[in-house]
Design a protein around this ligand. Sequence first.
Ligand code: CO
Length: 139
Amino acid sequence: MINQIDHLGIAVKDLETAVAYYENGLGLRCEHREEVPSQMVRTAFFDVGGVHLELLEPTSPESPIAKFLEKNGEGIHHIAFATDQVEDQLAHAAANGIRLIHEQPFLGAGNKMVAFLHPKSTHGVLTEFCAPAAPTTQD
Ligand code: CO
């Protein structure tokens, strides 16, 4: 089940100048920064009444965000829906003929398990499902 919009992903060329815009231009406060090696991005998060903005700057030309910027320039990159179980949501989408980018969730920013649907199957909107990662017993 989808519970709410978790965040909007926004591709930016330079995280620092983009953060400065959201902080100074809009008066929002950056609550969290994180590098996500699996996606080759640096991220910065803003809480806007429970829905977050996730700014994404590529750390490598191989990053999906670098490719997006090349093709489209800066702008909205994806919408992320908070769900209880990413696996269940993927299975439901696949059963309905929707193309998946990831068959299995992987660890994304904010200690969340994430996976994406292909924009060719989603009317042009790159779509992410996310859910809190299960706490590990080691720590
Ligand atoms: Co995201």
